[in-house]
Ligand binder design. Structure first.
Ligand SMILES: Cc1ncc(COP(=O)(O)O)c(C=O)c1O
Length: 382
């Protein structure tokens, strides 16, 4: 058994990351300075989008995207119940109503057929989630959106570097949202980004993150101007130059990071093949996932043990497993506000009862990977 707890996710910070941050601390700009545009351009180039707009978190970026999509009271936006609450909360921030549609049983991503059933004359946006880093089935979702005049906001917070039918997450939907929380592929502490090919959406996002003001302080300083205008009600959702310097440095290591995560996923999948009662996540043939997390499913009738038992047994082996996610509609806030009782989204709810995320981060050593596969093997045989 391991001596120390292996976390389910963790950042890797190297000397060049530290130096990049120190350099900014010695510069003139702590917040919106040259590093913001540099990080935005680097991320847009990596995902193949025309524009990228940095935000202070993935949650703030989702809020910006919900605003730019024009969500307002009376509107509905459809998303997956099997996600972090922030995906649905951004709809509420705009006074609109989040509506859920159940997931596909294999990928646990928004099922386009279930989505089609939930569209009403009030639907204005769809928020597919790339669960665990496996891209959502965007082609049929975009086709539905086209037919009904909807904006597609891809929650790609798990999926930096993922590919869908040879295209990169971040270049496909009308807007795509990324997070730079420490367990993600690129870490800036807190941080987020929206990518888009549309100039009007990028402009709207930029204003929204800066109080609704139509210019930024650095541009005004450079042009010797003091005058500015607030043209809409925005927020202070700016990402600092310090965070962006870290992001630029981290982004340089994305390819190695993805390669390592894919290697670990392949090792896990091979190990699980021989085990009874634990099921590896499925991968559709036309995608290349980014593996933010590696969610296994416990078949409790085969194993004669439930998920709670397996979870506790793995924690007892010092394997820091986690669960992604409690379906959003089952949280007390959503139950109280919208009257959910459970049973509304059976595929997501059944999956939730079975899911356990194994540790997955690029800094994992060979020994860490072996410790995980040995512990899963021991627990499933017990
Ligand atoms: C699917 C999903 N959406 C949104 C977020 C919110 O991102 P952040 O933590 O950067 O606000 C997360 C982060 O955990 C996430 O996993």
């Amino acid at each position: 058994m391991r001596k120390t707890m292996l976390p389910y996710g963790r950042q890797s910070i190297s000397e060049d990351d530290i130096q990049a941050v120190v350099d900014v601390l010695r510069s003139d700009w702590l917040t919106t300075g040259p590093k913001v545009a540099e990080f935005e351009e680097a991320l847009a180039a990596r995902v193949g989008a025309k524009y990228a707009v940095a935000f202070s978190s993935g949650t703030a970026a989702l809020h910006g995207a919900a605003f730019a999509a024009g969500l307002k009271p009376g509107d509905e936006a459809i998303t997956s119940p099997l996600t972090f609450a922030a995906t649905a909360n951004c709809v509420l921030y705009q006074g609109a109503r989040p509506v859920f549609a159940d997931v596909s049983p294999d990928t646990l991503n928004l099922d386009p057929d279930r989505l089609a059933e939930r569209i009403t004359p009030n639907t204005r946006a769809v928020l597919p989630v790339d669960y665990a880093g496996h891209p959502a089935d965007l082609d049929p979702i975009l086709a539905l959106a086209e037919r009904h005049g909807l904006t597609v906001i891809e929650d790609a917070c798990h999926a930096l570097g993922a590919e869908y039918k040879g295209r990169r997450a971040g270049s496909i939907a009308h807007m795509s949202v990324f997070s730079f929380h420490p367990v993600k592929h690129v870490a800036t502490g807190e941080g987020g980004m929206v990518t888009t090919d549309r100039a009007d959406l990028a402009e709207s996002l930029r204003r929204f993150r800066n109080h609704g003001i139509s210019s930024d302080a650095r541009t005004r300083q450079a042009s010797g101007q003091w005058h500015y205008e607030m043209v809409l009600l925005g927020f202070n959702y700016r990402l600092t130059d310090v965070a962006c310097a870290l992001g630029i440095s981290q982004l340089k290591k994305l390819e190695a990071n993805l390669a390592r995560r894919r290697e670990i996923a392949a090792r896990y999948t091979a190990a699980l093949r021989n085990l009874r009662g634990v099921i590896a996540p499925s991968v559709r043939p036309d995608v290349n996932p980014a593996w933010h997390v590696y969610p296994i499913r416990v078949n409790s009738s085969q194993l004669k043990r439930d998920r709670a038992y397996v979870f506790r047994a793995l924690r007892a082996e010092n394997i820091g497993v986690n669960v992604h996610y409690i379906p959003v509609h089952l949280h007390p806030y959503y139950r109280d506000r919208f009257g959910y009782r459970g049973g509304e989204y059976p595929i997501a709810e059944t999956a939730y009862e079975q899911l356990i995320s194994l540790p997955m981060f690029h800094g994992m050593t060979e020994q860490d990977v072996e410790d995980v596969t040995a512990a899963v093997s021991k627990v499933s045989a017990a």
